[in-house]
Design a protein around this ligand. Structure first.
Ligand SMILES: N[C@@H](CCC(=O)N[C@@H](CS)C(=O)NCC(=O)O)C(=O)O
Length: 415
């Protein structure tokens, strides 16, 4: 029998229980025809939650409100669930991070975001305080995640679910790349989590906010306005209202990509990509030879990359998702790059190494700026006058196995 969750379908507080349900196998369904602002004002709803807020879970034993309590209930419905870790101290740490996610992350994102959406009055000093507290909390989280893949232990717990849902509001609505780049481990953690299949089923494809919402002037007076459910779009920003944090996010006219202004190259990237894709046999003789025949060292450069935190790659599917996410985020460079990423080793920790071909002599600045994964790798330019480096590059292109004496868990291509 399914349990019914009363909430709109785009509520990060409801996502906590929905994701927990994916992990525990408990059936939780959103109540049909729920309308925010109407359904949660009815006498029947107020009997379930006297404050009239969502989400509320209807259970055979009565309703539960407060999203963390609901998520805990769903996690505990399956006695075999590992969402609480496997010891008393794990349990305490799960609770610790759930509270941290709510009080230190979510509350400060709300202090920054909600006034901008017009839910409460916008007070610059209060915003400044919220942002400084959020940075302080993210700094602490970043330090923890520098040496931990998950918040607690070696797998997803309820703490990761609650933290990710709270971060989701921030990443998707207000925390732009300019803001999050100072917390690279939080970025890596967030994108790894939202790409886990059980998260993805609920959250879908997640996109980072590209600007800080403008202050909704018409709603900036207190009273009247009540929090709505995470509306989809912010109005365009009135320039004179923009505080410092927002200035740098102002939309600029899109300049031509500087790589398009480079002198023409004799190497046609698409031709190489076609050769790579179409070579089904004699790969060394056909594709690898073809690559070096086409390669133009003046118009392009080759780079080895080596993941800086290989010791964290203790779970195969998490490592593969991490690399998969990286390749997705490189989409912006498709016209200017080709890459091979190898996940190396037959047991953890897995090593992630790659080879990239970029237009120009440097790694393109827009790639460094836009794709946070780049900072997670060490980059070394390939010296093609060195036969050993050239051979290593060839082996990476052809997924040679064993690679540097080890089996390959996977090889992914960006083309
Ligand atoms: N602490 C609560 C927060 C619930 C909450 O603020 N819900 C909002 C939507 S995300 C709501 O129902 N607002 C309607 C209102 O304030 O009347 C939880 O985690 O469940």
């Amino acid at each position: 029998m399914a349990l019914f969750l009363h909430s709109g379908s785009n509520n990060k507080n409801a996502y906590k229980a929905l994701i927990a349900a994916e992990y525990t196998g408990v059936r939780v369904e959103l109540a049909k025809d729920f309308k925010m602002g109407e359904s949660n004002k009815t006498p029947d709803f107020l009997k379930m939650n006297p404050i009239g807020k969502v989400p509320v879970l209807e259970t055979p034993e009565g309703p539960v409100f407060e999203s963390n309590a609901i998520a805990r209930y769903v996690a505990r419905l399956n006695a075999d669930s590992t969402l609480y870790g496997s010891s008393l101290i794990d349990y305490a740490h799960v609770e610790q991070w759930m509270d941290f996610a709510s009080m230190e992350i979510d509350a400060n994102i709300a202090r920054w975001l909600f006034p901008r959406l017009g839910f409460i009055a916008h007070l610059p000093l209060a915003e400044e305080f919220g942002i400084s507290q959020l940075k302080r909390s993210l700094e602490a989280l970043n330090t923890h995640l520098a040496s931990n893949t998950f918040l607690v232990g070696h797998g997803v717990t309820l703490a990761d679910i609650v933290m990710t849902c709270n971060l989701y509001l921030g990443f998707s609505r207000i925390m732009t790349k300019t803001f999050t780049k100072d917390f690279p481990h939080v970025e890596r953690y967030f994108w790894t989590m939202v790409n886990q299949p059980n998260f993805k089923k609920v959250l879908g494809e997640v996109k980072q906010a590209t600007s800080v919402p403008a202050i909704e002037k018409k709603q900036a007076q207190p009273a009247k306005q009540k929090p709505k459910e995470e509306p989809k779009k912010a109005a365009p920003k009135p320039k004179e209202e923009a505080p410092a944090e927002e200035e740098e996010e102002a939309p600029k006219p899109k300049p031509k990509n500087p790589l398009d202004l480079l002198p023409p190259s004799k190497m046609i990237l698409d031709e190489w990509k076609r050769l790579y894709s179409n070579t089904k046999s004699n790969f060394r003789e056909v594709a690898i030879k073809g690559f070096w025949d086409m390669y133009d060292p003046e118009g392009y450069s080759l780079w080895f990359c080596n993941y800086k935190y290989n010791e964290e790659n203790t779970v195969s599917f998490v490592t593969l998702n991490k690399v998969g996410g990286f390749l997705q985020r490189m989409d912006l460079a498709r016209k200017y790059a080709f890459g091979k990423m190898l996940v190396i080793g037959s047991e953890p920790p897995f090593k992630v190494k790659g080879l990239w071909l970029f237009r120009g002599q440097e790694i393109p600045k827009f790639v460094m700026d836009e794709c946070y994964d780049m900072e997670l790798y060490e980059w070394t330019k390939v010296d093609i006058t060195d036969e050993a480096q050239k051979e290593r590059a060839s082996q990476m292109i052809e997924d040679a196995e064993p690679f540097e004496g080890e089996a390959l868990l996977d090889a992914k291509c960006f083309k």
